[in-house]
Design a protein around this ligand. Structure first.
Ligand SMILES: *Cc1c(COP(=O)(O)O)cnc(C)c1O
Length: 394
């Protein structure tokens, strides 16, 4: 079947919730993707910040193949070796205490919100607790995750959404302070906002929110689904700020391509929140995804991925700043490490479409930001190749 008839087939059976680029990727190698006709694409999107190790990593693939032959799934009624190891490594990497594995980012947010509510409920037995979330945030598409997502367009058709959620302005500490009261049980935010347009938290803001949380006994929830797993040059973005959350969420690059997420909490929350019977999942944390997470964390350590991201991220940032100085249509650059955005005064959708035609995979964020979230294993030559193509497109 050729590409066009395959696209027609997909469009006649798959629910139309995405306006897809008319490209069918067939296989990948390193930081390149290939379509059905064999055309090569440099990948600066990594399947939306998922494929941190790129495509076809031999060591990672072998670990997964081995686990397929051994054991795929048993349910959470029993223990399994790969997930026990993955949990230990995730706790070591974060310095946090307890993990619950999920199948996606949204599901990690759902569990986190339940944990925060239960923690507050256990203290005072009230059921009117409030959560503070941020404008322009993105936490996922399920109802609970939508309830804390600060984007009216995503939310409105599905109102009323669960829980009492109030929205503050990101990086505006006064706006958070104004919403805090004695019913506030948690403040949730991305350490670096992704979908909203690549906005890193300022140090004053994140530090200030942490202070408020400590003063008032409020839980700090940091969503590290996009900015975590080495993307900013630290294993988790909050480590670069020295501000530790009470609960954090992970997904996207956590399993480098298998569907897995997690929420990770401090012992203080674990001790008095979700208990047997309060939460569960059939698939979550099965041996297969356990092998993926465990191997991913090993590879990050052995290959010094975060150090590499620090160096190559600096180079990408310099090159993007250079582009900005050359093109009037680039109005801002923001980001940390290999999570970067260029704000454009021309339609970003057109730019990413043209880039794809030229063999460069780029995605957008917000309404006017070109997003750069490549595999973490890119080298300088790939940054140069990307910039070369982008110059042509611009
Ligand atoms: C992608 C994303 C989510 C949702 O993850 P899914 O796996 O798509 O459910 C939540 N929070 C952030 C910050 C994300 O980038």
């Amino acid at each position: 079947m050729n590409e066009n008839s395959l696209i027609d087939q997909a469009e006649s059976h798959i629910l139309h919730t995405y306006n897809r680029y008319p490209t069918v990727f067939d296989h990948g190698e390193g930081v390149y993707l290939y379509d059905m006709e064999g055309k090569r694409y440099l990948d600066f999107a990594a399947g939306i910040a998922v494929m941190a190790l790129g495509y076809g990593d031999e060591e990672y693939n072998q670990a997964l193949k081995g686990q397929i032959d051994k054991l795929l799934h048993t349910s959470n009624l029993y223990y399994n070796q790969p997930i026990a190891e993955a949990a230990k490594k995730l706790c070591e990497a974060s310095g946090m205490d307890r993990v619950f594995f999920t199948n996606s980012g949204a599901e990690a947010i759902e569990g986190t919100l339940k944990a925060a509510k239960k923690y507050a409920y256990d203290k005072d037995k009230r059921t009117d607790h409030e959560i503070i979330a941020m404008d322009h945030s993105f936490h996922g598409r399920s109802l609970g995750a939508l309830s804390v997502t600060g984007n009216a367009h995503y939310r409105e058709p599905f109102e009323p959404l669960p829980g009492i959620v109030k929205f503050a302005n990101y990086n505006d500490l006064g706006s958070v302070r104004a919403l805090v009261n004695d019913k506030t049980c948690a403040i949730i935010m991305e350490t670096v906002q992704g979908e909203g347009g690549i906005y890193p938290a300022t140090e004053e803001f994140l530090g200030g929110v942490k202070e408020i949380c400590e003063e008032r006994g409020i839980l700090l929830i940091l969503d590290e689904i996009q900015c975590g797993m080495g993307r900013t040059g630290n294993m988790f973005a909050w480590q670069g700020y020295g501000v530790k959350p009470d609960i954090m969420t992970c997904a996207k690059a956590l399993g480098c391509g298998v569907p897995v997420g997690a929420f990770v909490m401090a012992e203080k929350v674990a001790k008095s929140s979700l208990k047997p019977g309060d939460h569960g999942t059939t698939y979550g944390g099965n041996p297969f995804v356990g092998a993926a997470v465990s191997k991913t964390l090993d590879i990050f350590k052995e290959r010094g991925i975060t150090g590499h991201v620090k160096a190559i991220g600096r180079y990408l940032e310099e090159q993007l700043e250079q582009l900005k100085s050359e093109y009037a249509c680039i109005t801002a650059r923001r980001g940390i490490g290999l999570m970067q955005g260029l704000e454009l005064s021309v339609p970003v959708g057109e730019v990413s479409k043209k880039a794809l035609g030229q063999g460069l995979v780029l995605i957008t964020a917000g309404s006017n930001v070109l997003r750069f979230v490549p595999p973490l294993v890119i080298e300088k030559e790939h940054v140069d190749e990307m910039v070369g193509i982008l110059r042509k497109v611009l």
